[in-house]
Ligand binder design. Sequence first.
Ligand code: CMC
Length: 437
Amino acid sequence: MTPSDVKATLSFSDGSPSIELPIYKGTIGPDVIDIRKLYAQTGKFTYDPGFLSTASCNSSITYIDGDKGELLYRGYPIEQLAEHCDFLETCYLLLYGELPNAAQKKEFDARVTHHTMVNEQMQFFLRGFRRDAHPMAVLTGLVGGMSAFYHDSTDINNPQHREISAIRLIAKMPTLVAMAYKYSVGQPYIYPKNSLSYTANFLRMMFATPCEEYEPNDVLVRALDRIFILHADHEQNASTSTVRLCGSSGTNPFAAIAAGVACLWGPAHGGANEACLNMLEEIQRMGGVAKIGEFIAKVKDKNSGVRLMGFGHRVYKNYDPRAKLMRETCHEVLGELGLGNDPLFKLAMELEKIALEDEYFVARKLYPNVDFYSGIVQRAIGIPVSLFTAIFALARTVGWIAQLNEMIGDPEYKIGRPRQLFVGSPKRDVKPLAQRG
Ligand code: CMC
């Protein structure tokens, strides 16, 4: 962190002495005011629920400029990565800071590929779940359960353990997601096949059966690979902050990543892709494009509790750059599958057009986010809606790991322990039961 020549001065209207706070500069983005000594110097905390103005760490992994609609992984624009790289190259970049050269790529791909199988015992663990369990419930359990299967990679303070757990998690997530899917539809699990790419392998584990081989279609493989790239990291979002906070206690990497999976499940975060597709289907049932006006009116009515899913973002106050890429992929996939007239896609495009012109959305800078189109792509590929968030978790795993490893390697890292503004009852005495009103 580079100290700035400028300092912040905090003064109080009650005559308490003012204090000077250091400011640090990042390489890009807003400066930060260092308040670490604030409590020691003033006896006061800062108050920032939802972390609207708080940088919880310093990081060199992902940068977002929400006003410009820009997303960089290790300095590289997401548009260039989506065009020139595959998901495993992106994983390498996020984990190690640089894009791999040809030899490094070959070696990394081979390492990940040779860890795709899961301990055979895990299928018996999976069988303990109800078949109609939500895949995110299953995935939270399976990822947490990995700590009970891979004892040689559970010491978060050991760099070798962190490295092997990273490879295992990235490699095994597709296998676990596909197993959760196969279990839910009552089909036998399909084991990974090492001759296929990461993403083609996942599609095969999803859609092949022992009776019928699945021939991966290049356009669909590339589309899903792009979904993985676009979801691989997104700086200090809710699930990543959860992983960091969970890992800050020194727990094992599998437990920390399971916490991230659990957090991602929420509809305001990773669950939005599922919620968005359910919303589009609901509008379609109501009457489709003709009913958009009615639906938008509901969204604008604060009492309805209805939000336009796939719109709005805490950080992007411009078009989410991932949404632009996903929109493009959506056209490619629907074209490839001969679904160019897909009613949900048409509905989504019409909804987007109307929302982008509507004063309510314009004034609040609400633009489509990545989830607005990713659900349509996944549905076209044949992925069931309830599995969308699990696919997001699969892709985000590398980001969570990179962020966790960065935190552990940071000499300033401490257990995360936010403070509070207490507004409950002051100290009082317990009355005997008979005297309580
Ligand atoms: N539909 C209607 N109104 C909205 C929406 C929406 N999707 N999003 C925000 N608003 C309104 C909100 O009612 C508020 O209006 P007002 O100022 O009049 O009270 C204003 O916009 C600001 O909203 P906010 O809740 O303070 O914004 P936030 O930054 O806390 O929330 C968000 C961000 C993503 C939770 C929210 O935009 C939302 O719920 N969107 C729908 C869910 C969604 O698509 N989530 C996926 C995020 S992208 C995937 C990921 O990275 O996880």
